[in-house]
Structure formats: structure tokens, C-alpha cells
Design a protein around this ligand. Structure first.
Ligand SMILES: *Cc1c(COP(=O)(O)O)cnc(C)c1O
Length: 436
């Protein structure tokens, strides 16, 4: 794996790059999302700004829905990837269910009109109050991650006189071959119940009051580009399903989690249709309802972060382009060593300027505050850059570090731009603070 200091030099051809992205194009040298000119968006709404394509989100969702058409299935969008109410509403209206990991996400989905009967609730630390809200809302399933959590859910369900539908998140111990921070299916990870222990924990669930065992689930990691780890995980889970049957524990569904990767620069992730085709024969044999929990692959390439070049600072050793976006807006490059494409919104600006190798950095007082390293670009101060693939784990991971108001979020629909989150004001940052 490349490390921060040795990120290789990247010279991305902007027109070739957008050819892989359904919502982006260059029209008369200007980057457009659907029918909207992104240089103009930057002028009108300011920067940094997140902007998403409605069409790209719906297309990505529908690709999953169609690919798994041969089996009874429910696509549960993983809310943590991008939890803006408008994005959730869009997906809810398209028929999506939702995968949650907190009570906060549950509240968001209900607010956005999500159908509770299509909600699965994952996460290591569901509180009694989260469980109560979810039981009252009548969600489809709790994806349980520990023995202790089973007892907690049983207790709350007894108190409310309800039955909690549950599934155990099993840890199939397969190597997702992704970044260690986003690999979740290995024995040493904190998630789920180990494959060896699953049978024992299922038996406990069977004996606890007010629980109904409905399924089994796994989620092995994120940004997986190959299909083999998914197939290996499925085989492990199927093995367990057969063992459970021998104990008279009969399931209704299998949930394979999310994790399918996307193309950020030059990755070649397996296409959704091929992913489905690799799993479908085994799933059809099983005859269970299939749940999937994709997050990144639904929204990542539907979004870009627009940021303006504020100051160019060439030095003896390195050239820095200081932009108005920073690690508080987009932490993926520094948290996961992610390499995301940076392309200009106006290609004609670049024509008369020499190409140089730039580090694209923010103004935050951290060496880790960079958005990209060693990029070959022709830059001038005032240029607007688009960081693509920013629709997932972009805004949702943003913060107010260095008292930076968070960016605004926009949604493009054809030629229309909808405001879906206002830019924060500096004053709003201390709204909940009190001086002595
Ligand atoms: C994060 C997460 C997902 C979504 O993962 P992506 O890589 O964004 O598809 C799905 N299920 C669970 C349990 C998760 O934690």
C-alpha cells in the first residue's frame, strides 16, 4: 500500500476521467453535472460545496435492484455513507430500505419517510432507547453484534410486550483485501460474532424471550473491488445456515452487507451485475430473501466536492495549492490514505499555464490536512476544482475542526439545483456554548 509520503505522481486526464462517471461531462470545456455548469455553481453558492446528482444516485440504486431481480430481495442503503434527508427521501421513494448503525440515523430515516419494514439496524452499541424506538417503529431486523446485545434487546422487547426480529452478524473471517481501517470481516475485528461462536449464540437467542430469529448477516469491509471475498463469505455463511437448520433454527433471510467498491481514479471494481451473477446461483439454491446494504457504491460517484484554489505556493521542494476545502470537509485522503481524483471545472483556464506537480492542501493546522498529493495540474489562483467520488463518506464525516463551518450540500436534477443543506455560519458554531 502507498503511504502518505510516497503517494505516486498522478496525471489524470479530466475528459477521460469523467467518461467513467455517468453524471459528469465537459461541455465547451466546462464541467457539468447533469445539465448544470459546476463553475457557475461555485460562483453562485460559494465553495467548498458538495453537489450530488439525483440521476446518478437513482441509477446506482436501480442497478442493484435489477441485478438481484432473480431472487426475493431488499436493497438497504447504508445511511452512514450520505445521510442528507433529501438523499434518503429520494432513495425511500425509489423503494430502498435502509441499513442504520445509530439511533440518530433511525430518526433521520423516519423523518425522510423511510419505510420501517425495510429497515435493518446494525451497529455494536445499540442503546436501550435506540432499541425501544426501533421496536416501536417495527423495523425489519436487528443485526445483532454480541451476546450481550441479545440480552439487551430481549429485555427491552419484554418490557414493551413486543417481539424483536433478530439476525446475528457473523464474522466470516475472510480477508477483504482493502484498507485495514475499512476491513471488518477478520477475526481480530470488533464487529460481529465469530464464525466459531455463532452456533452457540444462536442457541441462546432461541431460548431468550421476545426474540424471533429471522436471519443471518455479514459485512466484510468496504471498497472491495474483487468479488471473491464476497463469494468466500457467502460460502461460510451458507455453511452456518445448514448447521443452524440441524438445530431447528430456520431462517427467512440472508443479509450480505455492503462493501462493493467504486472507481475513484483507476480502480476496476467488479460491476454490480457481475457481483450479483457471482452470488445468485448460491442464493437461488438457498431460497431465502436476500438483503444487501450498499452505501458507497450508491452515492460515491454521484457526488463531487467543489473547492477553490486560494493561494499557490510553489516552494523549493514542493508546490502547494492552498484551497478553501480542507480535511474537516473531506477526511478520506488523510484517514484512509484515499486517492481521489481532482479535476478542474474549467479546462480553458489551464490552456496557457504550465503543468506542475501540486499538493492540494487546506489551511488547517495539521500536516494531515491535504486533499490530494503529487497531482499534475495547470493551476491559477481562483480556479475551481472538483474532487470526484465525494458523494460517500464525504459530508457525513465532516467536522467543525478549526471552527470551520461545514460546507453546503446541493442536489442536481436535470437543469435544476436544489439546496439540500445550507452552509453553516460561524455564529452557529457556538450556539450551544456558554460563557461563564
Ligand atoms: C458501512 C456499512 C455498510 C456500507 O458499506 P459500503 O462500503 O459503504 O457499501 C453496510 N453495512 C454495514 C453494517 C456497515 O457498517
Amino acid at each position: 500500500m502507498t503511504t502518505n509520503t510516497t503517494q505516486s505522481v498522478l496525471d489524470i486526464n479530466p475528459t477521460d476521467h469523467v467518461a467513467h462517471l455517468s453524471s459528469l461531462d465537459y461541455v465547451n470545456n466546462h464541467l457539468t453535472m447533469e445539465q448544470v455548469n459546476l463553475t457557475k455553481v461555485a460562483e453562485q453558492f460559494g465553495t467548498p460545496t458538495y453537489i450530488y446528482s439525483k440521476n446518478a444516485i437513482l441509477q446506482a440504486y436501480q442497478a442493484y435492484d435489477k441485478a438481484f431481480g432473480a431472487v426475493e430481495h431488499q436493497i438497504c442503503y447504508a445511511v452512514k455513507a450520505n445521510s442528507n434527508l433529501a438523499v434518503l427521501q429520494l432513495l425511500a421513494q425509489a423503494g430502498a430500505g435502509f441499513d442504520l448503525v445509530t439511533g440518530g440515523e433511525l430518526a433521520r430515516v423516519l423523518k425522510a419517510g423511510g419505510d420501517p419494514s425495510k429497515i435493518v439496524f446494525s451497529g455494536l452499541g445499540k442503546t436501550e432507547s435506540d432499541i425501544e424506538t426501533a421496536l416501536n417503529a417495527q423495523i425489519a431486523c436487528f443485526n445483532v453484534e454480541s451476546e450481550s446485545e441479545l440480552h439487551r434487546i430481549s429485555k427491552v422487547a419484554q418490557r414493551l410486550g413486543k417481539t424483536a426480529p433478530i439476525s446475528l452478524r457473523v464474522n466470516p473471517d475472510v480477508d477483504a483485501k482493502t484498507h485495514p481501517y475499512i476491513s471488518t470481516g477478520l477475526k481480530e475485528n470488533k464487529f460481529g460474532v465469530s464464525h466459531d461462536d455463532a452456533l452457540r449464540v444462536y442457541k441462546i437467542a432461541k431460548d431468550l424471550p421476545n426474540l424471533e430469529i429471522v436471519g443471518i448477516d455479514c459485512h466484510i469491509g468496504s471498497q472491495l473491488t474483487e468479488v471473491q471475498p464476497f463469494v468466500d463469505a457467502l460460502d461460510k455463511v451458507i455453511e452456518l445456515i445448514h448447521q443452524l437448520k440441524q438445530q431447528d433454527i430456520v431462517l427467512k433471510h440472508i443479509d450480505l452487507g455492503g462493501g462493493l467498491g467504486v472507481r475513484y481514479t483507476n480502480e476496476t471494481p467488479v460491476a454490480v451485475a457481475d457481483f450479483a451473477n457471482a452470488l445468485l446461483p448460491k442464493l437461488q439454491d438457498l431460497g431465502l430473501k436476500v438483503y444487501l446494504e450498499p452505501g458507497r457504491s450508491i452515492v460515491a460517484n454521484a457526488g463531487v466536492l467543489l473547492t477553490k484554489v486560494d493561494i499557490l505556493k510553489p516552494t523549493e521542494h514542493k508546490n502547494f495549492a492552498v484551497v478553501d476545502g480542507a480535511m474537516n470537509d473531506l477526511i478520506r485522503p488523510t484517514l484512509y490514505e484515499s486517492v481521489m481524483a481532482v479535476i478542474p471545472t474549467n479546462l480553458s483556464n489551464a490552456k496557457n499555464i504550465d503543468k506542475k506537480q501540486w499538493d492540494i492542501v487546506g489551511t488547517i493546522c495539521e500536516t494531515g490536512d491535504f486533499l490530494a498529493k503529487n497531482r499534475v495540474l495547470s493551476l491559477s489562483e481562483g480556479d475551481v476544482l472538483a474532487i470526484t467520488g465525494a458523494g460517500a463518506y464525504g459530508f457525513t464525516m465532516s467536522s467543525n475542526y478549526n471552527s470551520r463551518p461545514r460546507a453546503c450540500e446541493l442536489l442536481v436534477d436535470g437543469e435544476n439545483v436544489h439546496f439540500i443543506r445550507e452552509r453553516e455560519t460561524v455564529e452557529s458554531l457556538w450556539e450551544r456554548e456558554q460563557m461563564l
